[in-house]
Design a protein around this ligand. Sequence first.
Ligand SMILES: Cc1ncc(C[n+]2csc(CCO)c2C)c(N)n1
Length: 229
Amino acid sequence: MSFSTQLRKESDVIFQGIFKHPFVDGLGKGELPKEALIHYVKADFEYLNAFINIYGLAIAKSDTREDMQYFQEKIGFILNSEIHPHNNLCQVAGVNYNDLKGFPLPPTADHYVGHMKSTAQQGSMGELLAALLPCPWTYLDIGHYLKDSFNPGPEHPFYEWITFYAKQETASVTTELRDRLDRWAETVGEIEKEKAKQAFIKSCQLEYAFWEMAYTQEKWPFTMVTEEV
Ligand SMILES: Cc1ncc(C[n+]2csc(CCO)c2C)c(N)n1
């Protein structure tokens, strides 16, 4: 069994929890409070900015042109494609996407970004790949799960969101990251692999926590002027 298959198996309980989370279930049912959608997009826009920064750190860590080109292409995917699912959520919430940009990350999203950034700066390439992988993998599996469970048609409010993540593009981001991680895992010992596994599991936990953060509209204890809509 490949290293990534082993990681997916061990974290299956978290994946199953994500599929059943009320936010994800609401995407399937086509029913979500406007405030939760807004909270999600505000946090996710900044999360994606941080993700681009992290790909930049991965380029800084890269030894080969091939690796550099790979991470550069992934930055392009976030810049050019990931706006579509956000646009879908903004349309349903009846808000302008531009009005949701530039807000501070809520505590859980801040924690998630901090985990990926510190792993990118201090960890091995394998730990970094493992910390990034749950991001496309959980969304790919959510896309498939919602497509199979709810069979949404074009009239479904979240049709675009669901079909975007169930698409080949998200599948290839996942497969490519997995292949890289699996190739790395063949070259290192158990201690290194254990560290990568812990980085992967923490990111899976934080993917779940991100949905919870959006659904409960998690906030910092004190609201500062910059956070008001
Ligand atoms: C919290 C959170 N987790 C995952 C994604 C999905 N996603 C973000 S970047 C990317 C491509 C990685 O190269 C994918 C699939 C999201 N939007 N927000």
